[in-house]
Design a protein around this ligand. Structure first.
Ligand SMILES: Nc1ncnc2c1ncn2[C@@H]1O[C@H](COP(=O)(O)OP(=O)(O)O)[C@@H](O)[C@H]1O
Ligand SMILES: [Mg+2]
Length: 485
């Protein structure tokens, strides 16, 4: 199962193993939704609570003001001693009516002398609020569960020193809360609308913001189908960077593909050349009637040479392919490099002698290094062989070996034909030869230096060439003494 965007991926192979793939679009959507709705909800809450608070405060202020006036009248009329005063009683009833509440008047002995509900007159009221009043405190209590407010105020004597009694007003807050509930309901409708609008906007915005990434995704998908084109995604810095990295990879792949094609066509061409020669030789022999035996011999010897050439190309190609494999493993062991070079020179001396070329080896110190003996022998042999091949009669080839605590250095120097400046960059390319005819004459395939370079790179080493046309060439090789895989 595979659901994209906010996706739950259940691999069919690894059953019951869930992996959550967060989708950027989903994250953005949730973020926008929260950013859009939380402040509204927050505001709603603050608004309703402060509105309720303000209404309650205003009502309590009103009541307190009324009670204050009343307590002065109570004092003047001596109501605390004579609760039969009709004027005051009427005032108290009015107060109770206006605020839809209950008014209690308590005297010094905590006895209820007036209850507008006529329920508890004559009873003693020892409540916290009343006690506070006798300590000179005015109390306001709001009970949101039972939905009422209670205000208790002391009644002072004329000098405002002694508390003579207390007035306790209890009134329901149902009306205020009802108003708030109504407002709340309207706000909720409004809030739902806002949430809906924010939902839609978030959905659209998240999709729009993620679109450039989809563009890249599509381009890469198309590339995987074979339609490889460079991407342009300048929308964001991030997409621009992804596109740049992708384009770089694509360009590299294209270059690789191109060089592969070039290589294949080179290989076919190189392999065909000797075969064409063989065919020409054979054909001309066949068309000739009564050809002398000497001519046969000569042609057959040419054919044999071409066969040799074909097999050396195939051999070099096979060597290259083996080195090219990404998992090529070196058979590394400790090897005495002085001895290795001596052996190479000994083997090549006959070719050098044929052309009267002086071949010398100079070792500055004994060198032992971790290398692949067979491969490095091939690499260095190629260099010395080239120095002999591309030399003049009575020329010289000097091989030197040196080392420091980290590397060994081999220098192969000759005073041969040299390499033109513009060709120096290309001699390590497969099949590249400065002078095709000369290389052919000496049995070269054009793969020697490519093989040498691969081997040196496998040893984490480096090779450089210095050359001047008609004066000579120097190849320097540097290889670490210790091989680290
Ligand atoms: N020591 C050298 N002096 C002059 N030219 C050289 C030397 N070594 C290599 N070259 C040039 O580099 C080309 C590539 O060398 P290489 O890869 O060994 O191929 P080849 O099979 O032709 O020897 C040679 O064809 C030659 O033109
Ligand atoms: Mg060569």
């Amino acid at each position: 199962m595979f659901i994209r965007n906010g996706a739950l991926v259940i691999s069919s192979r690894v059953k019951k193993k869930f992996k959550w793939h967060g989708s950027l679009r989903l994250y953005l959507f949730v973020l926008f939704l929260l950013l859009g709705t939380i402040p509204i909800n927050f505001m709603h809450r603050i608004l309703t609570t402060s509105l309720l608070d303000q209404q309650l405060q205003s009502r309590m202020n009103d009541i307190q003001y009324q009670v204050n006036t009343l307590s002065q009248q109570i004092l003047k009329a001596g109501y605390l001693d004579d609760p039969g005063n009709t004027v005051i009683n009427a005032e108290l009833s009015q107060l109770s009516d206006i605020y839809d509440g209950r008014v209690l008047v308590v005297d010094k002995t905590f006895r209820i002398i007036k209850d507008t509900y006529n329920a508890d007159e004559g009873k003693t009221l020892i409540a916290e609020e009343v006690i506070s009043c006798f300590k000179g405190q005015t109390k306001r209590v709001y009970n949101d569960v039972c939905q009422y407010v209670m205000i208790s105020m002391p009644v002072y004597d004329t000098e405002a020193k002694n508390v003579l009694g207390a007035i306790v007003v209890t009134t329901s807050t149902k009306m205020e809360e009802g108003t708030i509930t109504a407002i709340n309901r309207k706000m909720q409708v409004l809030e739902s609308m806002v949430v809906f609008i924010v939902f839609v906007i978030s959905l659209v915005l998240a999709s729009v913001l993620v679109r450039p990434f989809r563009k890249i995704e599509n381009a890469i998908y198309q590339a995987s189908e074979g339609d490889m084109e460079l991407i342009e995604a300048e929308d964001y810095l991030e997409t621009k960077r992804i596109a740049e990295a992708y384009n770089k990879t694509l360009t590299r792949l294209n270059t690789l593909d191109q060089s592969r094609q070039e290589f294949v066509s080179n290989v076919s061409h190189e392999l065909k050349t000797p075969i064409t020669s063989i065919r020409v030789l054979a054909d001309s022999l066949m068309t000739m009637e009564d050809a002398p035996v000497e001519l046969y011999r000569e042609f057959m010897s040419d054919i044999s040479d071409e066969i040799d050439r074909e097999s050396s190309i195939i051999e070099d190609l096979l060597t290259m392919v083996r080195l090219d494999k990404s998992n090529t493993e070196l058979q590394v062991k400790q090897v005495n490099i002085n001895e290795l070079l001596e052996l190479i020179l000994k083997r090549l001396t006959p070719i050098a002698e044929k052309r009267d070329i002086e071949l010398t080896l100079e070792s500055f110190r004994p060198v032992i290094a971790d290398i692949d003996e067979v491969k490095l022998t091939l690499a260095l042999s190629n260099l010395v062989e080239n120095a002999i091949k591309y030399n003049r009669e009575e020329g010289w080839v000097r091989v030197t070996l040196n080392a420091d605590h980290k590397f060994l250095y081999v220098k192969v120097q000759d005073n041969g034909v040299g390499i033109p400046e513009d060709a120096q960059q290309r001699i390590f390319e497969r099949f590249y030869r400065v002078d095709k005819a000369r290389s052919r004459e000496t049995g070269g395939t054009g793969l020697g230096l490519a093989i040498t370079k691969s081997i040196i790179q496998l040893h984490h080493g480096a090779i450089k060439v210095y050359s001047k046309q008609d004066e000579g060439t120097t190849f320097t090789v540097r290889i670490p003494l210790i091989y680290i895989a």
